[in-house]
Write a protein that binds this ligand. Sequence first.
Ligand code: ATP
Length: 364
Amino acid sequence: MTQIALSNLGKKFGAFTALAQMNLTIGDGEFVALLGPSGCGKSTTMNMIAGMVAPTEGDIRFDDRSILNVPMSRRGVGFVFQNYAIFTHMSVRDNLSYGLRAQGVSTPERNRRVSAMADLLQLTPMLDRQAAGLSVNILQRLAIGRSAVVEPAIFLLDEPLSNVDAAFRSVMRSELKELQRQFSQTMVYVTHDQLEAMTMADRIAVMDHGKLLQVGTPLEIYNNPQDIFVARFIGSPGMNILEGRIAQSDKGKLVDLAVIGRSAPLILSGRAAIEDLPEKILFGFRPEQVNPDPNGTLALPVNFVERIGARSILHLGADSMGVKAVLDNQITLPNIGDILRFSIDPKKVRLFDPVSGNAVGGAD
Ligand code: ATP
C-alpha cells in the first residue's frame, strides 16, 4: 500500500507537450481514475508512474521517496493493459501462479492465493484449461488476476475493459471494485469511459490536452464541474450548455436564454458573487434536471425521442442548440414536434464564463 504523489509532472515528445504540470496525490489504497478523451495524456501519465516512460520535468514519489531513478521492475507496480498479456500455451492456473513462482512464494501459499483469486474472478471452473482456447473476455479477466495475485502495492490499469463486450464490462466493473476492496491496493485506472470512472473510482482526475482539469469524487465532478469541458464530458448525455445573458427581474437576477425563455431567478453560493457575473454567460444544466412543467418559463420543441429502457432522452430545440432532457418513462412523454415547457431548479444551474470556460457560480 503506497501513496503516489505527482508533482509538476510533465512529458514532452520533441516539441509536443503530452503532459504539463500535473499535480496529483493518490492516497494509500485509493482508486483514482484518469479520465479523458483519446490523446489527452492518460497513458503517458500511467507509463511514467510504471517506469516505462521518463518524465521531462517534475517528480513522482511513492510515499516519501522519489522513484525517478528506480527501474520499473523494482517499483512494486502491477500493470494491466487494454490487450491482455498472458501466456496462451499455459493453463489458467499456471498463468495465475506465474508471478508467485517468480517471487519464490511457497507452494501452499501459492495454491491458496491462486485459488482465492480464481474464486474472486470466477475462473475456478477453468483453472486447468489452456488459456489459448478462452474468449477475449475471460483472457482479460485472467490478465487482471495474473497481475493482482502478486498483490502489488500499486495496481495500474490502462483501459483494461475496452476490448471486452458491454455485458461483461459491467460485471468486471464490480469485480475490479471488489478486488480493490479486498486487497486495498492503490489503484490508478485509465479510461475514456466516464461511466467506468463514475462507477468505480473513489476520485476522478479529468484530463484534456495534456492538462489535469479537475480532481474530485464522482459526485463532486458531476455536480460541480469546474469548466465546460468537464461539464460536457461527464454524464451521459453530458451537461447542456446554452448561451445567455444576465438580466434583471423584479425577483432578482436571472438568465435570459433568448428564444428558449428566461430562467428562474438565480440562487448562487458559488465562487462568484451574483453581482460579479459577466453579462454574457454560459448556462449549464444536466439533462436529468429538465423538469416538465406547464407553468415553466422555458420551452423548446421536441425533435427526437430516444427510448433507453426505463427512461427516454428527448432531443430538444434547434440542432445547433442540442439540448437534451432525460425523462422517466412513467410520465406521458411529449411527441415529436410538441413544445416541451419546462423548468430547472435554480439551485442546480451551473454558470460558466464564455471566455475562459471556467465555472463562475453555482449552488453548494
Ligand atoms: P489514448 O487513449 O488514445 O492512448 P491517452 O490519453 O492515453 O490516449 P497518450 O497515449 O498519453 O494519450 O498520448 C498523449 C499524446 O502524446 C498523444 O497526442 C500521443 O500521440 C502523444 N504521444 C504518446 N507517446 C508518444 C511518443 N512515444 N512519441 C510521440 N508522441 C507520443
